[in-house]
Design a protein around this ligand. Structure first.
Ligand code: CMP
Length: 140
């Protein structure tokens, strides 16, 4: 048993289509607890900062424009193996490759508008949670 925390983002394509509750339901049904949550609208500069690790990638500019195009919902999730479990529930980055029943298979529009983000490692989870939440906002 390894209780972890991970950062989840419900992306602009999903908030635009009023899918926040639907996505939360996938997470909770899989046993993840939403221990912090807020809706926010990133500036372009904030999106660039958050996705800094991808700054050399060809999709970086479009990704930052997309992520600041409409509200997002950011969440801290907690649970056993939360990082891997969340990535399993999200499905592959490209929805064309995502397994049936995953969030991206069921909701994503494209590789960019792929409905959700989830941290990919313990180290990144810490950085990403700290990016959006202060300690007082996280109630485990
Ligand atoms: P995310 O988990 O938020 O991390 C980086 C994001 O870049 C990824 O999900 C995708 O939405 C987006 N992206 C856009 N194009 C690509 C691509 N060709 N390969 C990987 N990620 C991409």
């Amino acid at each position: 048993m390894s209780i972890e925390r991970t950062l989840s983002i419900i992306k602009p394509d999903a908030t635009r289509r009023n899918l926040t509750g639907a996505v939360c339901s996938y997470l909770e049904k899989a046993g993840l607890r939403i221990i912090a949550q807020k809706r926010t609208l990133l500036t372009r500069a904030q999106a660039e900062d958050f996705y800094d690790v991808h700054s050399e990638r060809p999709f970086y500019n479009d990704l930052c424009i997309f992520m600041s195009s409409a509200p997002i919902v950011v969440q801290t999730l907690e649970g056993d193996n939360a990082i891997a479990k969340n990535r399993e529930i999200m499905g592959a980055t490209n929805p064309k490759n995502a397994d049936i029943g995953t969030i991206r298979h069921d909701f994503a529009e494209s590789i960019e508008a792929n409905s959700v983000h989830g941290s990919d490692s313990l180290e990144n989870a810490k950085r990403e949670i700290n990016f959006f939440f202060s300690e007082i906002e996280i109630v485990g």
